[in-house]
Design a protein around this ligand. Structure first.
Ligand SMILES: [Zn+2]
Length: 455
């Protein structure tokens, strides 16, 4: 690693550039979920490409059947190792009434950067970019590439097809993903696992229309009650235990040392409760709460539709109903296999219920030891003064599994977001502490990778 003061000088000098870049990016409402923002998606791709070329990197917009992918970076020498940094440039919608400002009007309150997309994921992307710029100025023997997706918030439907363009998006020697959240401020956290997802719609039709219970009740079947019975047969509502036979067969339980790692992250049950507005929980021991949200599978009921939803009670016997469910899956549960189990189980409980799949993502498990992990540890220490805790994420990032399948190279995580930054929530922000620490951590990470390959 070069001169520490030199890096500090670079970071201080980069601040206004970082703030200008972030401001421009936040002011483009790149909402991939909303097709009326198609022109903004094009604008963000152009802006991202311009940022790369302004800093002296090569860059191109890679077209897909959906929104494009921006690919670029610095190739110093084809014999040097190549690392690809993954971020995304699309954002969540921002219609929540709790916003205290226009969500796409960037505000800089002395190092607090407010606006949709500031922390998810534009701020972290630009921090990594400037860290890379320092590495390139130092002439370290490493190729650094950036892969900026524009469809992460809609489940990455065209990412896998995009990666087939091996000329525009070459296969690296390793990947670092910067799109995750620490469990607490002041303690870097490196996830090494993500849960997968399997959604399903369970529908039951017992009549062509709603009927009056005074005229038909007793003889008529009730599809909502029958669907509730199916839900009850799939999950114990109190404990959350999944009752589908075979569901847990492939689950790899976290080890004791993994749970110890979770507890080092600074996770606090009280804060978790406050952050999500929970009055009570199923359990309170931190080891069990972290295990359940990061490393255990779930069966969740999201909605039951059909019948009457207006004020008061209307005595209908519904003609049909729909139960919306999903399961978070953990290593090594395969969504295809779990879906077959669900279908078989539902058929046994109620053969008239139709089961349809609604999207799926595989779980991911990387490693938390080995040479790349050592590099991440030293980088986090250099950037933030502390080694990272090793945690898992309860959510899913489809692109991670896609890159793993396409490239079969180590995938590491260096997220820069904090729980209070408001991921996917109103009043989202990012801050200079995380940005400047992030630039340093990334610069160190690139130095470590360059050194590792020379050993
Ligand atoms: Zn994100």
């Amino acid at each position: 690693m070069g001169n520490k003061q030199e890096l500090q000088g670079f970071v201080n000098g980069a601040r206004s550039r970082f703030e200008d870049m972030l401001a421009q990016m936040v002011e483009v409402p790149s909402i991939s979920m909303d097709s009326s923002h198609a022109a903004d998606m094009r604008r963000i791709a152009d802006l991202a490409m311009q940022y790369l070329t302004d800093l002296g990197a090569d860059a191109q917009i890679v077209e897909t059947d959906g929104y494009p992918i921006v690919s670029g970076g610095w190739t110093t020498n084809v014999h040097h190792p190549t690392v690809t940094v993954y971020n995304h440039m699309d954002v969540q919608p921002a219609q929540e009434p709790e916003w205290k400002q226009a969500p796409f009007a960037f505000k800089n309150e002395s190092g607090v950067y407010r606006g949709r997309g500031a922390t998810d994921d534009k701020g972290p992307a630009l921090s990594a970019l400037l860290g890379a710029r320092f590495a390139v100025e130092q002439g370290w023997p490493i190729n650094i590439r950036f892969l900026w997706e524009l469809e992460e918030e809609i489940g990455s439907p065209h990412f896998s097809a995009g990666l087939k363009n091996r000329v525009a998006i070459p296969r690296p020697d390793s990947v670092v993903v910067s799109d995750t959240i620490w469990a607490a401020k002041g303690r870097p956290a490196m996830p090494y696992g993500l849960r997968g997802l399997l959604g399903a719609r369970l529908t039951l039709r017992t009549g062509s229309k709603d009927a009056h219970s005074g005229l038909t009740g007793g003889a008529a079947r009730n599809p909502l009650a029958e669907l509730m019975e199916v839900a009850h047969a799939c999950v114990d509502a109190k404990s959350g235990e999944v009752k589908i036979p075979g569901f847990y067969a492939d689950v790899v339980e976290p080890t004791k040392s993994e749970i110890k790692g979770f507890l080092k992250s600074g996770f606090q049950v009280k804060r978790f409760k406050e952050a999500y507005g929970f009055e009570t929980l199923r359990m309170y021991a931190p080891a069990e709460v972290t295990r359940r949200v990061w490393a255990a599978p779930t069966f969740e009921v999201h909605g039951l539709t059909g019948g009457y939803h207006g004020p008061g009670v209307k005595t209908v016997v519904p003609g049909h109903g729909e139960l919306k469910v999903s399961m978070r899956l953990v290593p090594n549960q395969m969504p295809e296999k779990v879906f077959a189990m669900l279908r078989k189980h539902v058929a046994k409980v109620n053969p008239n219920v139709k089961v349809e799949r609604e999207g799926m993502l595989r779980p991911f498990k990387g490693s938390f030891d080995g040479p790349y992990v050592e590099c991440v540890k030293r980088a986090a220490k250099a950037g933030f003064g502390k080694e990272p805790a090793f945690i898992r994420e309860g959510g899913s990032i489809g692109a991670v599994v896609t890159m793993q399948n396409a490239w079969k190279v180590p995938i590491l995580f260096m997220g820069l977001s904090l729980p209070e930054h408001g991921y996917h929530a109103p009043n989202e922000y990012f801050d200079w502490g995380q940005a400047s620490g992030g630039m340093k951590a990334f610069a160190h990470y690139f130095a470590e990778l360059a050194k590792m390959e020379q050993r």
